[in-house]
Design a protein around this ligand. Structure first.
Ligand SMILES: [Zn+2]
Length: 55
């Protein structure tokens, strides 16, 4: 199962959720486990970061 990293915009907590791809598609904004805020954003996993530089 893939892991997704999230960051809370309110308190700055980062947390990791284990979700299936289906679950991830359904969920938009996760609740922060620290303060309960839904102002969370997903941190882009390093594996998905593309470098478009060609040298
Ligand atoms: Zn929070």
């Amino acid at each position: 199962m893939p892991f997704y990293d999230y960051e809370c915009k309110d308190c700055g907590t980062t947390f990791t959720e284990e979700e299936t791809f289906e679950e991830h598609e359904r969920r938009r904004n996760l609740k922060c486990p620290e303060c309960g805020s839904r102002k969370t954003r997903q941190l882009v996993p390093a594996v998905y970061v593309q470098t478009s530089k060609k040298s």
